[in-house]
Design a protein around this ligand. Structure first.
Ligand SMILES: N=c1c2ncn([C@@H]3O[C@H](COP(=O)(O)OP(=O)(O)OP(=O)(O)O)[C@@H](O)[C@H]3O)c2ncn1[C@@H]1O[C@H](COP(=O)(O)O)[C@@H](O)[C@H]1O
Length: 106
């Protein structure tokens, strides 16, 4: 299931320093973290709009866009998707309320 994530992570890493003219990923890296973060905001908004419209196909496509751009932001920040999954596994079985309390969130 996550094989495509690993492949995308490898592709994203390989695009670092590639020509921004020929690669969308390289163009995002070239424009910097703020631009990548901005794309996350846009894709998140589009995902929310798709969810609210009730269009499952559109929601699937927008969620894929969001996840793709999140992988780029994670790569830029030096975090792997495996590390995100490990954090989710760490929380497994912990109540959401307890998790918030552990982080000092009321
Ligand atoms: N999975 C994706 C993928 N999903 C979405 N996108 C691009 O993400 C962009 C989505 O942004 P928008 O919807 O806002 O469209 P846009 O208006 O064209 O974007 P902006 O000009 O505003 O940045 C589009 O340009 C899509 O083509 C992707 N681009 C690349 N990939 C993967 O990344 C690989 C490497 O791509 P390159 O870096 O282009 O070689 C590809 O082989 C694919 O596997």
């Amino acid at each position: 299931m996550t094989g495509i994530i690993t492949k995308l992570e490898d592709t994203i890493t390989a695009r670092r320093g590639a020509s921004a003219d020929s690669s969308y990923v390289a163009s995002l890296f070239a424009n910097g973290r703020a631009k990548i973060a901005q794309k996350i905001g846009e894709e998140a908004t589009e995902t929310v709009i798709a969810a609210m419209s009730g269009d499952k196909e559109e929601l699937t496509k927008e969620a894929a866009d969001l996840l793709f751009h999140l992988l780029i932001l994670l790569a830029d920040g030096g975090v792997t998707f495996d590390e995100v999954l490990a954090e989710l596994e760490r929380r497994e079985g912990v109540s959401g309320h307890d998790e918030k309390a552990a982080r000092g969130i009321k």
